[in-house]
Design a protein around this ligand. Structure first.
Ligand code: SF4
Ligand code: SF4
Length: 173
């Protein structure tokens, strides 16, 4: 069986298997995410407004804040990161994300936590390959993601979501 250095972050092992959660995903961006990314990248071509690929995603009864503020009120569209034709995120480079952590969309920073406005679920989403987590560690430890950091990002995410009503950039639908 292959062994891994314990200090190696889980995403590096995941990438070695050719897996990444930066492909074929719809990543919601707050208006403030857009400002941070544009300032860093000097790009303005990385957003689009789309209805969810999975129509069931529009129904967010467990998170009324998300349902009310993230989706455009009339078209069920929301602001997401553009993807390349092969499904890769527009900021996915050969060695992973091209954006520093402090600039990445808050949704990306919080992955693989699942959450609603009410709080974080202590169980990670099943996407991360558990078989690659070193013995004695949990998924979050293997990702070097602390609960305190995640709670701060979660708070910031919902503060920014609640400002969506004031945000510039609602599309003409
Ligand atoms: S967050 Fe999880 S699924 Fe995404 S690259 Fe890292 S280990 Fe893989
Ligand atoms: S912004 Fe970075 S972390 Fe988020 S999906 Fe794109 S490449 Fe992945």
């Amino acid at each position: 069986m292959e062994t891994f250095p314990v200090e190696e972050i889980l995403c590096v092992r995941c990438a070695r298997l050719g897996k990444t959660c930066c492909q074929n995903r719809e990543i919601y961006l707050t208006s403030a995410d857009v400002g941070r990314i544009a300032a860093f990248s000097q790009r303005h071509d990385f957003t689009e407004w789309r209805v969810p690929d999975d129509p069931a995603y529009v129904e967010q009864s467990d998170d009324p804040v998300w349902e009310q503020y993230v989706f455009h009120h009339e078209g069920h569209k929301r602001r997401i990161l553009r993807r390349s034709p092969n499904g890769d995120c527009t900021f996915l480079g050969p060695a992973g994300c091209l954006l520093p952590e402090a600039v990445r969309p808050l949704v990306c920073r919080l992955h693989p936590f699942t959450y609603t406005a009410a709080g974080l679920d202590p169980e990670p989403s099943p996407d991360c390959p558990r078989q690659l987590v070193p013995d004695g560690m949990n998924v979050f430890e293997a990702l070097q993601l602390t609960i305190d950091q995640a709670l701060a990002w979660h708070r910031q995410l919902y503060e920014e979501i609640l400002r969506e009503d004031d945000a510039d950039g609602w599309p003409d639908l």
